[in-house]
Design a protein around this ligand. Structure first.
Ligand code: F3S
Length: 773
C-alpha cells in the first residue's frame, strides 16, 4: 500500500489524493497483468470509484475497456465560469446539500464586456451584472466554494496558476477546461449537470475514451509557437477527428515546450472534439509549479515521478491512432474563417485569401484570452512591438490585449510590458473573456454590417458572430506573434517571416523572430489582493441565497416531468442543415445575460440554425404552413402539448459545453434529437436533461425526413427494460403528412445511469431522488 506523498495542509485542497490514486492504479494494473498503459488511462483509471468493479468486464485486457465501457469516476475538483455556474449552482441547490463534496471554484470572466479598457469596462460590467455576481458569491459563501470575482481572471488561466497539477482529474463547466492538461492533468469540459455529479459526490460517468497519441519531434524555434502545433493538428484531424479520444502528446519535441505552451495546445484540443488532452510530466511543469507558489506540490510530484512513472505513459503503451508533427518543420498557421480546422500556413495565406475572396485588409488584431495570455505569449508580442517602435512604425489597425489573470496583468505591468502595449496604441482590456465570447462592444464595425471584415486573433474559436456579434466578421485564429506582426501591416498578403514593410523614410523593414521569456525572471507577483479569494473557504450555512421571482436574470428551477412510461410520438419541428454548433443552438453574446433564467434564455434556442428545407436562418413552419421563429414555434407546440423532435447533420452540438443547448430544448418541449452524429459533450448534456439523443444507422435516412413528419419510437420501452445496454439500435416509425409510413433504424448510446436520467426526467431529478432516499 502506498501511503506517503503528503503535502503541507495549506496545499491539501490543491493536491490530488496521490496515495489513493496510486493504490487504485496498482489494482487496475494487477487486473490487466501489468499491461502497459498510456498516461491518459493511468490518470483516468486511478480515479475509478471502484477499480475492481470498473475493470470487472476487462477479462484482463485493457482493450476491452477503451472506447467500450462506461467508467464511474471520482473527479478531484470542479471549476465553473460565471455564465455556466449559474445553472450548475441552481441545479446543485435542488439537491439540498450543505457543502460541496470536492473543492470547487467559481470564476467571473464571461460577463465582462470589452470596449474601452480594463478600468472602465470592469466598473460597467460589475454594475450590469451585480445581481448575478451577488448570487454566485452567496452560493460560494454558503457552500464553501472559492469565488474569484470579476477582474480576477479567466477560469482556465486561474486554474493553471492555482489548481492544475500532474495526475489531477477535474471537471469544468466550460469546453476549454482541457487547458489544464498543459500541466499534466485530465481536465474535462462538462455541462452543469455533470458538475453537479462531482459537487454532490455522485460518481461521474464517462465512456472510456480511446487515446490518440501525438508524437512531437524536432524543436520549436523562430516564429513558430505552441499555437501552431494545435492549429496544424486541427487542420489534420478536422473538428471531428478527436471525438471519443483523449489526445496525449509524447516525443522529444515536448521538451522544447513551456508549460503554458502545452496549455495552449491542450486548450484548443476542444476544437478537434477531443474529450481532453494531456502532457507527460516535464521539467517545465516543475518550473511552473514553483514559480506559481506551489513548490511543496512540485516536490511531491517529482518524487512520484521518480518512484512510479505514474505521470508518463508506460514503455510500450499503445495508442489507438498516432499523428506525428515535426516541430522543426512546422510553420505558423492561420485557421479560419468560421471553422477552426480550416488551416493555412502563413506562407500560403495571402494567396488563399485572394482565391477565397476573403478581405484583403485585416480590420483588427486581438491577443490574449484563455488560450494565449501567458507571460511567454505577452513577452514575445512585446518583442515584436519593440522592434516596430525602434524604427517608428505604428500599428495600422486597432489592437486589443486581454491578460488572462491578475497575476499575469500585474507581472507584465511590473515588467513594463503593459506600458509598451499602451504606448503603441493597444487597448488593454480587463482580465476576462471579453471579445473571445462575444462580449466585444465593437465601435468600428456594426453588428448588422453586411460587409465581410477580417480579424486576426490568438483565440481558440471562430464560429460566426462569436466575437463581435456580426455574422460577417471572419475570425482568423493564429499565434499572438502573427497577430502582433499583422497589426503593422493590416494586409492579408503580408507574411512577417519573409516580407518587409515600407517605412516613412522609404526604407524596408523586416521583423526578426520574436523572443520571449518562458517565465518572468523576477517571478510572478500577485497584484491586487482584492482579486484573491480565501484559500480554503468553509461553508457558511447561515448565508441566504436569494433569487427574486421578479428577476429577469435568475430563476429557480422547476423539475422536468418524468417519462410517461410510453413510446414517444413526436413531430419534426425543424430539419437543420449543415454545421450546428452550440453557438447556433444557444447563442452567446447578449444572451449570456440570461444564463441563470431558463425561460428567458430559451428564447434563443436554435436561432442560428439553418432550415434545410428553405435555407432560412431561424425559421420553422407550423403544420398549417405558418412561419415562425424557431423558439416561437417550440413555445407554441409546448403550449399545445405537442412534443417535438429536431433532425440534423454531423457533429451536432460541436463547440462548447454549454448545457443550455440541451436544457432549453427540453424546457421548450423537445424530446428527441435525431442526427447524423453528435459532439460528445452535447450528447451527454442532452442525456443529462432527460432527452433522447439518437443517430441515424443509415445517414441517407436524413433525406427521407421532412418537417411536420411524425416520428414514433418502437423500441424505447425495450431499450429501457434492458437498462440501455450501453448502446444499441432503436427502431422508429416515420409517418409522412400524406399518411404513408416507414421504419428506420437509429442508434443510441444510453448507459444504465443515463436510462435512469431519462426515466426521472433529468439527471438532477435522479440525483435529488437518491439523496432523499
Ligand atoms: Fe473565456 Fe472561453 Fe474565451 S474561457 S477567454 S471565452 S475560450
Amino acid at each position: 500500500t502506498i501511503n506517503h506523498y503528503e503535502v503541507p495542509q495549506l496545499f491539501e485542497s490543491r493536491t490530488p489524493p496521490y496515495a489513493k490514486l496510486l493504490n487504485n492504479l496498482a489494482t487496475v494494473k494487477k487486473i490487466v497483468n501489468n499491461q502497459p498503459l498510456t498516461l491518459a488511462e493511468k490518470i483516468l483509471y486511478s480515479h475509478l470509484v471502484d477499480p475492481e468493479e470498473g475493470f470487472a468486464s476487462s477479462q484482463g485486457n485493457v482493450a476491452n475497456i477503451r472506447g467500450l465501457q462506461y467508467l464511474k469516476l471520482n473527479p478531484d475538483r470542479v471549476a465553473m465560469q460565471d455564465a455556466s455556474a449559474q445553472m450548475a449552482l441552481l441545479q446543485f441547490m435542488t439537491c439540498g446539500m450543505a457543502s460541496t463534496a470536492v473543492p470547487a471554484s467559481i470564476h467571473c470572466d464571461h460577463l465582462i464586456v470589452g470596449k474601452d479598457g480594463a478600468e472602465e469596462d470592469l466598473i460597467k460590467s460589475i454594475a450590469t451584472n451585480k445581481e448575478v455576481f451577488d448570487f454566485l458569491q452567496s452560493c460560494g459563501d454558503k457552500y464553501g466554494i472559492q469565488f474569484w470575482g470579476p477582474g480576477s481572471g479567466i477560469i482556465h488561466q486561474i486554474v493553471l496558476e492555482n489548481f492544475s497539477v500532474p495526475g489531477l482529474m477535474m471537471l469544468g463547466t466550460d469546453s476549454h477546461t482541457p487547458n489544464a492538461g498543459g500541466l499534466g492533468a485530465i481536465a474535462i469540459g462538462v455541462g452543469g449537470a455533470d458538475a453537479v455529479d462531482a459537487l454532490t459526490g455522485t460518481p461521474w460517468e464517462l465512456k472510456a475514451p480511446k487515446v490518440l497519441g501525438v508524437k512531437l519531434t524536432g524543436h520549436l524555434s523562430g516564429w513558430t509557437s505552441p499555437k501552431d502545433v494545435i492549429t496544424k493538428l486541427a487542420g489534420i484531424l478536422t473538428v471531428r477527428g478527436g471525438t471519443g479520444y483523449i489526445v496525449e502528446y509524447f516525443g522529444e519535441g515536448v521538451k522544447t515546450l513551456s508549460c503554458t505552451g502545452m496549455a495552449t495546445i491542450c486548450n484548443m484540443g476542444a476544437e478537434i472534439g477531443a474529450t481532453t488532452s494531456t502532457f507527460p510530466y516535464q521539467d517545465a511543469h516543475r518550473r511552473y509549479l514553483i514559480q506559481t507558489g506551489r513548490e511543496p506540490i512540485a516536490q511531491v510530484v517529482d518524487q512520484i515521478h521518480k518512484d512510479t512513472n505514474f505521470l508518463a505513459a508506460d514503455e510500450g503503451a499503445e495508442y489507438d491512432k498516432v499523428v506525428e508533427i515535426n516541430l522543426s518543420e512546422l510553420e505558423p498557421h492561420v485557421n479560419g474563417p468560421f471553422t477552426p480546422d480550416l488551416s493555412t500556413p502563413i506562407s500560403k495565406f495571402g494567396e488563399k485569401a485572394q482565391q477565397e475572396g476573403w478581405p484583403q485588409t485585416i480590420s483588427a488584431g486581438l491577443i490574449g484570452s484563455c488560450t494565449n495570455s501567458s507571460y511567454q505569449d505577452m513577452s514575445r508580442a512585446v518583442s515584436i512591438i519593440k522592434q516596430a517602435e525602434a524604427v517608428g512604425l505604428k500599428p495600422k489597425i486597432p489592437f486589443f490585449v486581454t491578460p488572462g489573470s491578475e497575476q499575469i496583468r500585474a507581472t507584465i505591468e511590473r515588467d513594463g510590458l503593459i506600458d509598451t502595449f499602451e504606448k503603441n496604441g493597444a487597448i488593454v482590456l480587463a482580465n476576462a473573456c471579453g471579445p473571445c465570447i462575444g462580449q466585444w462592444d465593437r465601435t468600428d464595425v456594426s453588428k448588422t454590417s453586411s460587409e465581410t471584415n477580417s480579424i486576426f486573433t490568438s483565440f481558440n474559436r471562430n464560429f460566426r458572430a462569436r466575437n463581435d456579434g456580426n455574422r460577417n466578421t471572419m475570425n482568423f485564429l493564429t499565434s499572438p506573434d502573427m497577430v502582433t506582426a499583422m497589426i503593422y501591416s493590416g494586409d492579408a498578403n503580408y507574411n512577417p517571416i519573409t516580407d518587409s514593410i515600407k517605412l516613412d523614410n522609404g526604407e524596408d523593414f523586416r521583423f526578426v523572430a520574436p523572443q520571449g521569456d518562458e517565465l518572468p525572471n523576477a517571478g510572478f507577483i500577485k497584484g491586487r489582493e482584492e482579486f484573491y479569494p480565501e484559500l480554503n473557504p468553509q461553508p457558511k450555512p447561515e448565508v441566504e441565497v436569494n433569487v427574486s421571482p421578479e428577476s429577469d436574470r435568475l430563476q429557480l428551477l422547476d423539475p422536468f416531468l418524468p417519462w410517461s412510461g410510453e413510446e414517444l410520438s413526436t413531430n419534426v419541428l425543424l430539419k437543420v442543415e449543415g454545421k450546428c454548433t452550440t453557438d447556433h443552438i444557444s447563442a452567446a453574446g447578449a444572451w449570456l445575460k440570461y444564463k441563470g433564467h431558463l425561460e428567458n434564455i430559451s428564447n434563443n434556442t436554435l436561432i442560428g440554425a439553418v432550415n434545410k428545407e428553405t435555407g432560412e436562418v431561424n425559421k420553422a413552419y407550423d403544420l398549417n404552413g405558418d412561419q415562425y421563429g424557431i423558439p416561437e414555434l417550440m413555445i407554441k407546440w409546448k403550449e399545445e402539448g405537442r412534443p417535438w423532435i429536431v433532425v440534423a447533420e454531423h457533429n451536432y452540438g460541436e463547440g462548447s459545453a454549454r448545457e443550455h443547448a440541451a436544457l432549453s430544448p427540453k424546457f421548450l418541449g423537445g424530446s428527441i434529437l435525431l442526427v447524423k452524429s453528435f459532439a460528445r459533450i452535447h450528447e451527454t448534456n442532452l442525456k443529462k436533461q432527460g432527452m433522447l439523443p439518437l443517430t441515424f444507422a443509415d445517414e441517407a435516412d436524413y433525406d427521407k425526413i421532412s418537417s411536420g413528419d411524425v416520428i414514433t419510437t418502437i423500441d424505447l420501452k425495450d431499450m429501457i427494460a434492458k437498462d440501455g445496454n450501453n448502446g444499441g439500435e432503436l427502431r422508429v416509425q416515420v409517418t409522412k403528412k400524406d399518411g404513408s409510413s416507414f421504419e428506420i433504424i437509429t442508434k443510441h448510446t444510453m448507459s444504465k445511469d443515463q436510462v435512469e436520467f431519462f426515466k426521472a426526467g433529468s439527471a438532477i431529478n435522479y440525483i435529488g431522488n437518491l439523496k432523499k432516499q
